[in-house]
Design a protein around this ligand. Structure first.
Ligand SMILES: [Fe+2]
Ligand SMILES: [Fe+2]
Length: 135
């Protein structure tokens, strides 16, 4: 069983977004697998972590671009959630660069945040974007 199993509940029914969420869940699992292994490979951890931060930021930009394009009423609070999380993710990366290990606790935070954000905040915009023809 992966650390963060993919759930059909995560599916918004918007293909490009669902694909990105799958990627994020997958990368979270890869990172967990690596830090839990007997001898974590630091170069691999760095690569996954950097990829995860970069991909997350791009994913947020894509969601926000759609919000702005169609005037999604919840843009501001949603963006604030993205911004807070981006700060946390960059913090994690900077600490890793300073020699701190990526902890199980950090991964739990990542998993909980992603789960909650997709199930509550992202799910909330799906009907709005679909009404505007995004699928
Ligand atoms: Fe989002
Ligand atoms: Fe999202």
């Amino acid at each position: 069983m992966p650390f963060m199993p993919w759930s059909e509940q995560f599916v918004l029914g918007i293909e490009s977004i669902d694909k990105q969420h799958r990627w994020l869940v997958n990368a979270t699992n890869q990172l967990h697998e690596q830090i839990e292994s007997a001898q974590p490979d630091e170069a691999v951890v760095r690569k996954i972590l950097e990829g995860l931060v970069e991909y997350t930021v791009n994913h947020f930009i894509q969601e926000e671009e759609l919000f702005v394009r169609f005037g999604y009423p919840e843009t501001e609070p949603h963006q604030a959630e993205h911004d807070r999380f981006t700060k946390e993710a960059i913090h994690l990366l900077l600490n890793f660069e300073k020699g701190e290990a990526v902890t199980e606790r950090a991964l739990e935070f990542l998993k909980t945040w992603l789960t909650h954000h997709i199930l509550v905040s992202d799910k909330a915009y799906a009907p709005f974007l679909k009404e505007h023809g995004i699928q």
